[in-house]
Structures are given as C-alpha cells and as structure tokens.
Design a binder for this molecule. Sequence first.
Ligand SMILES: Nc1ncnc2c1ncn2[C@@H]1O[C@H](COP(=O)(O)OP(=O)(O)OP(=O)(O)O)[C@@H](O)[C@H]1O
Ligand SMILES: [Mg+2]
Length: 369
Amino acid sequence: MTATEADTNLSVGQRATLLEVVDLSTTFRTERGMVHAVDGVTFTLDRGRTLGIVGESGSGKTVLSRSIMGLLSGKNVIRTGSVKYEGTEIIGYSAKQMSNVWGAEMSMVFQDPMTSLNPVMKIGKQITESLRRHLGVDKDEADKTAIALLKSVGIPAPEQRLGEYPHQLSGGMRQRVTISIALACGPKILFADEPTTALDVTVQAQILDLLDEQQRERHMAMILVTHDLGVVRTRADEIIVMYGGKVVEQAPTSTLFASMKMPYTEALLRSIPRLDMPSHTRLDAIPGRPPNLISPPAGCNFAARCRYVQPRCLEERPPLVAAADPGHFYRCFFPVGTPEGDAALQANISAGTAVAAPATRSSTTSEES
Ligand SMILES: Nc1ncnc2c1ncn2[C@@H]1O[C@H](COP(=O)(O)OP(=O)(O)OP(=O)(O)O)[C@@H](O)[C@H]1O
Ligand SMILES: [Mg+2]
C-alpha cells in the first residue's frame, strides 16, 4: 500500500495531510499568447504546519495561492492537476461549492488591507457578516465574537472599533482587522499573501508574530507567501522557491538553509538585508529580468541570470530532482556546493562572467540604473 492509500483509509479526523497539490498548472489565455503562470507545482501541507512560498515579483506566488483556493475563474483561465482538501478533489468545484470552503475551511489575508476591506462599511459589520453567513449565529452572538476576535488580534478598545470605518485605523491596525476577518470562521488553512509588504518595517514583525501566535493557538496550517527568504526562515516548516511559475527548489526549512542547491535560492538569499550588515550596505539585487512566461527559454529559466551558467543550461531544461536529504528537490545541472557547481562558478569567475550572464548584461533592469 502506498502512503497515499494508507492515508485514504484514515478517517478525515485523523488525517494529518490537509492539502495535497499535485502537478498544478495555471495558464491564462491572453491576446499576446498563453501565459504559463504556474507550471507543475506539487506539495502537501499537514495540519498546523507552515509552508513558505518565496520568489521575486511575477514568479507565480499569488496565482498559485488563488488557483488552489479556486479564486481564479473565467474561460481564460486553464487549471490542470489536482488539489485535494481533506482528501476531496476540489479542482472541479464551482464557485458555489467553493463558497462553503472559503472562510470556513481556507481563508486569505492579502497584501494591502485597504483593498480587502470595504471602505464604506463599518468594521463590525465586515466581521459579523461572515460569521452570520457561515456560522448562522444571531447578531448579538456575532457582535460578541467580533469583539473577542478584535481583542485576540491586539486591537485596543474593540467595542468602540466596531462602529468605525477602515480609514479611521492605521495600516497595521487595518491589517489586524483583515486577519480577524480571515480567522472569524476558524479556517484550517490561512493563506497569507505578502501580508506585511504594505506596512512599516516595525509593524511588519508584529503582524507576522500575530499570525504565528494565532496559528499555534488554533492549530491552523498556513501558507506564507513572500519575496523575502528572511521572513520564512524562522517561520516556515517547509519552503518552496518559485521562479517563472515553476518550483525550482523545495525543502524543509532547515535543510534548505543548510544545503541549498539552487543558484536562484542563493541569489535570493544574497539579496536580503541582514541585521549584522552596516546600514546602507549595497545588497546584491539579482541582475536581469524574470523569464518570459509566454515563450519561456529553451533551457533553464534562470540561465540568463545565473552565476553558475554553462552551455548545457541554455539548451536543456533541468528537471526537478531529489537531493540527498528527504523532501529536498531542486532544478539545476550545476548545484550550489557540489563539485560541478563549484567548477562552473570558478570557470565563470575566471572568465569574468559570474556577476550575470553576458547575454543579459546589456538588458539589465532598473536595479542597476
Ligand atoms: N489574469 C491574468 N492574466 C494574465 N496574466 C496574469 C494574470 N494574473 C497574473 N498573471 C501573470 O502571472 C505571472 C505571475 O503573477 P503573480 O501575481 O502570481 O506573481 P507574484 O509572484 O505573486 O508576484 P508579486 O510578488 O509581485 O506579488 C505574472 O507574470 C503575471 O503578469
Ligand atoms: Mg503576488
């Protein structure tokens, strides 16, 4: 019996795996051509665990999250693969079927609290509406729950806040409100899509700590989407690194940081500020642009920007392969920290081409201008 079959024989209550995503792809039909925004993503998420999804802007993080949640619809969206929630396939679910899943089973906190809150509706109503719809509670009960929720997310004088509008709150307080709405119906998975990028640096850590705390208390699973490897380093159990719609590296967090294999992951790591760096240290932004998703390059998607690049990388697409450690996968012919990788990097350094591939040097983007 395979692990998956054994799992199917467990009752839903016992099942450790909450979400199973297999070979999920999401393509948009556009006037310019087919945009392959998410390409063949596979992972599982167990109850109470945190998965970090990391990558630069445009790598497919939001499309992946929204595709799993069934929030992308219309005839221009093509989804293939499988998304199982508690063992049930939900990829073919209609919006009506998904509406029983949203809020109560899976919910989402977005990047900008201002766009997810209704500016002309009082905060109290925005929280209680969802409670009343999903949990069928009366107004008094919903108000009481809303006050308790606001309190639990650290909003002072919650009774008073119920009657206020979003613009009366600071950015950090607004994001606390959106988190309380996302938590209102006790979801088993919370998708947090760059939940702090619109906030001040000092508030960012508070919001991430709040998410951690709520997650632990509720034994909720979380998918934390960010462009910052530093954010998921201490908060995620497992990390998926995306590039050009594909998973390029995937591993338990400690394995990833102990033995990362993908030059792109290494480049991302070099691009985050560290506390021990003097302020104004120039960070290594990754030169060049992400790949074209309509007509991707013939070889590795990252080849044009890679310090390790070799002729093979331009011709052949590297498959996702397993590393020595369990659960660690990567997509590279010249992995970081291996004899082949070291030789490739040394050769490029000697040739003076290791900063960026020569082909992209003249077309680098704003990072250098
Ligand atoms: N509705 C759509 N139609 C066509 N292309 C789309 C659509 N939505 C997203 N895309 C494209 O899919 C790719 C992935 O976008 P996505 O928003 O998932 O990136 P991201 O990793 O979340 O980036 P960011 O960090 O900026 O939020 C981008 O190239 C984007 O332009
Ligand atoms: Mg996004």
